[in-house]
Every structure is written in structure tokens, then in C-alpha cells.
Design a protein. Structure first.
Length: 538
């Protein structure tokens, strides 16, 4: 134990997804983290955190391969301090319908089933309220506080498991948000991604906090899931080789002056920390160069993620270069391995761009056949659908009549240059430099079918213009799919966020330049949303 440590806790790391953030959160609270990777490690543990990550079936397979299932059951049955997180809660139940039906650890009665409900957006992603059912040192005092959820499956309260239920959340009906019996606790939400509120949950577990009796319903159920505000950092190397945050107009990131240097708007780790303190619900890093001249293990973006995750306790998304490639040393990597490196470095979600367009084209050409070999399918099967974000870069294409294109058209309130009344939204690849004969509507539908969990919907026409989001585009896509859609491109003031939330079904809105240049603070956006009655994490 290090001299400055308040104590030690074992972390069950079975090699799937981002557990670095849990490690960082615990260390930020002054506790030492000891790895538990073998049955012998579990035998010696006196306090254990199990940050389950990924898909249910994949997690149980890995636990079985490593001989951890029985030792984990024995640990929990011994009533030693235990905290499961997200999948770490779900695995305690009898089983799940995820992955075609899989048996769990069988420690809590009940099944983990997919969210259902007409028009319900799944996965459940974002900041929601919890209703505490009994006094507990873990959850007391959290009334009115929002915590971060990201999941497609949930356990529900029953007569058989009622003694376990500590708190619930409402999303298409009541589901279990946390459980506790004795010293065994688990939460469906992610404390390590829930800011100061989540750090408090960890601290109370680590310090064995006693019940205060202060608990109850957080707020009206109608307050519900908050609309998210996401700060985006476009990251690339400048001409001097430094890693910088930049921002372009219509995807051009170079200055207009002679020489055309890459715009430098700051260092990514520092900016991510600033946005976290301002109240950003998530931070997204878009790696717009991909670093294909470097070995994956040396990629600068990995270090950005590692350092950011030490102080930024909200979800981190990284995009750019998530595809098969061969590095400068001649070593080949699959997209699954690239994603795995990002997750291990602190990313919670990966964003796939150009590769998704090519995959969708093949999907439609094959008669909508799934191969199981695409980057989207492989990553979602291993890490869960919530880990896969599809970044769409469309531009407007005007036509006089819908019959002039095979892609989905809408009648537009913004006629084209020759008075055209119809528009479709053409997907692009290679950073917007090449258009393809597939629309954003078609791409989004294909990606949902293949296992993506979220759509990041950009708009080349509005990028850097500050005129607001393209509501026609956002409505078209968010109405077409049942997964969350993030509106992006065009924000110029706080009202633009409120407007897009009121006008469309989007779950989140993203901006970059206005935050970087400090024309608008994240907190100002949140205040505007609150003043207009939108559910908001403040």
C-alpha cells in the first residue's frame, strides 16, 4: 500500500472494455487499486469492485475461461464488501436474454431483459434520476441528482428480488437502478461517469458509509432522462507535429491566410478538463488524421485518452481511424483491436465514420445480409451496442423530383439554388471529400440493423456556420431509427440547443467551435435549457 493511500480495493479486470475510468476514479479518491485477475486474487480480496463492461454473453464466456465464475460467486456469498457496476449488476441475476439467452451468476432472482415500449429509444443513454427505496450508506442523500446510464437491457423489481432492490429508475417503466443486501451492492448506472455525484458513490462504498435515513423519490418521473450537451474536440497534428484541437468551416481546418496553418484552438487534455468542469455531459474526441504512420501502441490519441480519463469523469467518445490497418512497422490490426486499444485507454464509445458507409453499401448490395464480420458487428458483439457510435457526414443534394434519386427525399423549407423543392442528404467519406450514392437516412437504418447504438449526425453544409442545427436532417434521421441521435454542426448560441431539442427527437446535441472559442460556455447552454423546461443535468 502506498504511503498516501487511504486503503486498498481489488478491481476485477477481466479484459473487456474500459475499466481504466473506474481505476482512475478510485485513485482520485486516494485509494490504492489492486488487480484481481485470477481465482487466487479473489480469495485474497477483502473489498471488490466489479466494473462489468460489454455484452452479457461475452462477459460470462471470459469469466468462465478464466475460472472466475465460482470464485466470484463464493466472494459474493461470503458477504464481503462488493460493488458491481452496470454489467457487474446484471451478471448477478439468473440470466439475460442478451446474446440469445445466457445464464448469469444466479445470485439475485430474475432475468435481465431488453427495454420495450412503443417509441422508446434504446439504448437508454444519458443522465437520469433514481428513486431510493430504503436507507443505505451507498445511496443516501442523492435525491435530485442525476447519474449516467448506458444500457439496452435491465432487470425489473419482482416479489422474488424485492429484498435486494435499493433504488429504481423510470425509463419505459420501472427498472432496478441499484441493489444491496448486506455488504453486497451493485448499480446499473456508472459512478465513474457520473461526475462528482458518482465519485461520491464510490467514496461511500470505499469508506463503508453508514445509512443516514435521508432517502426518497428524487423528482417527478416526468423530469425523466436529460437531454445531453456534448463538447467535441477535433484533434489532429499540426504542421509542427503537435497534437492540437482545431475546428474548420465546412470541414476545412486550415487558416485562410497565406501559408494555411492548421488552426490551433488548444491542447485536448486541458480542454476536455475545462468542459467537464463547465458541465459537459460527454466529451468526444474526433481524431481527424488517424495517425496511420504510427504503431497503434504509440498513437498520440491513446495518451490523450489515458490522461483525460484521470480527471474527466463523464463519458469519453473517440472517433477516427476505427478500421483495419497496417502500421509503419508492418503490423496489421483489425478494427476490433483498434477499438480495444481505445477502450483500454479510457474511451467508453468509439465512433466509426467512412468505414460505416462502405459497410452499409455492401449491406444493401447483398440484400441486407449480416456477415458478422463488419467492424460494427464485431465491436458491438464484444463490447455491446452502446459502445458503437456511427458518425455520419452528409451534405444536401437538391432535386426537382424525388424520382431523381433512389435515396430518401423530403420536401424542404429551404429550396435549392434553382428552386428545387426536394432534398436528400448524401453521405460522404474521407473527411467530406468524396460523396457516395447513399443517404444519411439509409445509412442510419443499416447501422441500427448491424448493431450500432447511437448516431452522431453531422452536417457539412452547417459546419462552422453558427446558424443552428439542420432540423430537417435531424428529424429525418431521428424519426427513422430507434437508437439515440446526436445533432451536430451549426450551433452558434444556447438557443440553438433548446430549439433542436424542442423541434426533433434527438437525444443529444454537440458543438465544438463555440465552446473552444469561448463564445458560449457549456453552463450557459444548460441554463438556457433549464429556463425553457427541458430535462437537464445541472
Amino acid at each position: 500500500m502506498t504511503r498516501a493511500s487511504k486503503g486498498a480495493v481489488h478491481l476485477l479486470d477481466y479484459g473487456a472494455g474500459n475499466v481504466r475510468s473506474v481505476r482512475n476514479a478510485v485513485q482520485a479518491l486516494g485509494f490504492e487499486v489492486l488487480d484481481a485477475r485470477t481465482p487466487k486474487d479473489l480469495e485474497g480480496a477483502t473489498r471488490l469492485i466489479f466494473p462489468g463492461v460489454g455484452a452479457y454473453g461475452s462477459a460470462m464466456d471470459i469469466l468462465r475461461e478464466r475460472g472466475l465464475i465460482e470464485p466470484l460467486r463464493e466472494y459474493v456469498r461470503s458477504d464481503k464488501p462488493f460493488l458491481g457496476v452496470c454489467l457487474g449488476l446484471q451478471l448477478l441475476f439468473d440470466g439475460s436474454e442478451e446474446s440469445g439467452g445466457v445464464e448469469g451468476l444466479g445470485l439475485i432472482p430474475g432475468s435481465v431483459d431488453r427495454f420495450t415500449g412503443e417509441g422508446l429509444i434504446v439504448p437508454h443513454i444519458g443522465w437520469n434520476l433514481v428513486n431510493t427505496k430504503k436507507s443505505s450508506g451507498l445511496m443516501d442523500g442523492m435525491e435530485g441528482e442525476r447519474v449516467y446510464f448506458v444500457h439496452s437491457y435491465r432487470a425489473t423489481p419482482t416479489e422474488e428480488n424485492k429484498d435486494w432492490v435499493l433504488s429504481t429508475c423510470d425509463y419505459g417503466g420501472e427498472f432496478i437502478a441499484s441493489v444491496q443486501k448486506g455488504n453486497v451492492m451493485a448499480c446499473q448506472f456508472h459512478p465513474e461517469k457520473s461526475g462528482a455525484t458518482g465519485l461520491g458513490v464510490f467514496q461511500r462504498f470505499l469508506e463503508d458509509a453508514k445509512p443516514t435515513g435521508q432517502f426518497g423519490q428524487s423528482a417527478k418521473v416526468t423530469d425523466g432522462l436529460a437531454r445531453r450537451v456534448i463538447a467535441c474536440l477535433d484533434v489532429r497534428s499540426n504542421d509542427s507535429g503537435d497534437l492540437v484541437v482545431t475546428k474548420g468551416d465546412s470541414y476545412d481546418v486550415r487558416e485562410k491566410s497565406e501559408g494555411g496553418d492548421v488552426r490551433n484552438l488548444g491542447k485536448p487534455v486541458e480542454l476536455a478538463g475545462k468542459y467537464f468542469k463547465q458541465g459537459a455531459d460527454e466529451v468526444a474526441f474526433l481524431n481527424i488524421t488517424g495517425y496511420r504512420d504510427l504503431p497503434l501502441t504509440d498513437a498520440p490519441m491513446l495518451e490523450v485518452l489515458r490522461r483525460s480519463s484521470e480527471t474527466v469523469f463523464v463519458p469519453l467518445t473517440v472517433g477516427g481511424g476505427i478500421r483495419d490497418f497496417t502500421d509503419s512497422n508492418g503490423k496489421s490490426y483489425t478494427s476490433l483491436e483498434v477499438a480495444g486499444a481505445y477502450f483500454a485507454s479510457g474511451a467508453d464509445k468509439v465512433s466509426i465514420g467512412s468505414d460505416a458507409v462502405y459497410v452499409a453499401e455492401e449491406y444493401y448490395a447483398s440484400g441486407k445480409k449480416k456477415t458478422g464480420k463488419t467492424s460494427i458487428e464485431q465491436i458491438s458483439n464484444r463490447y455491446g451496442v452502446q459502445a458503437v457510435v456511427i458518425s455520419i457526414d452528409p451534405r444536401r443534394q437538391y432535386v426537382a423530383e424525388p424520382s431523381m434519386t433512389k435515396n430518401k427525399c423530403i420536401e424542404t423549407a429551404r429550396p435549392g439554388p434553382n428552386g428545387e423543392k426536394y432534398v436528400w442528404f448524401q453521405c460522404t467519406v474521407k473527411g467530406g471529400r468524396e460523396g457516395r450514392d447513399i443517404g444519411a437516412y439509409e445509412l442510419a437504418i443499416a447501422m441500427e440493423a448491424l448493431g450500432a447504438g447511437e448516431i452522431l449526425l453531422n452536417c457539412i453544409d452547417e459546419d462552422g456556420q453558427g446558424n443552428g442545427f439542420d432540423h430537417e436532417l435531424v428529424s429525418l434521421v431521428s424519426d427513422a431509427v430507434g437508437i439515440p441521435v446526436i445533432a451536430s454542426s451549426g450551433a452558434g448560441c444556447p438557443a440553438h440547443f433548446t430549439d433542436v431539442f424542442n423541434a426533433t427527437k434527438c437525444s443529444a446535441a454537440l458543438a465544438a467551435g463555440i465552446f473552444h472559442r469561448e463564445e458560449v460556455l457549456v453552463s450557459e447552454v444548460k441554463n438556457h435549457m433549464v429556463s425553457h423546461g427541458l430535462p437537464t443535468r445541472t
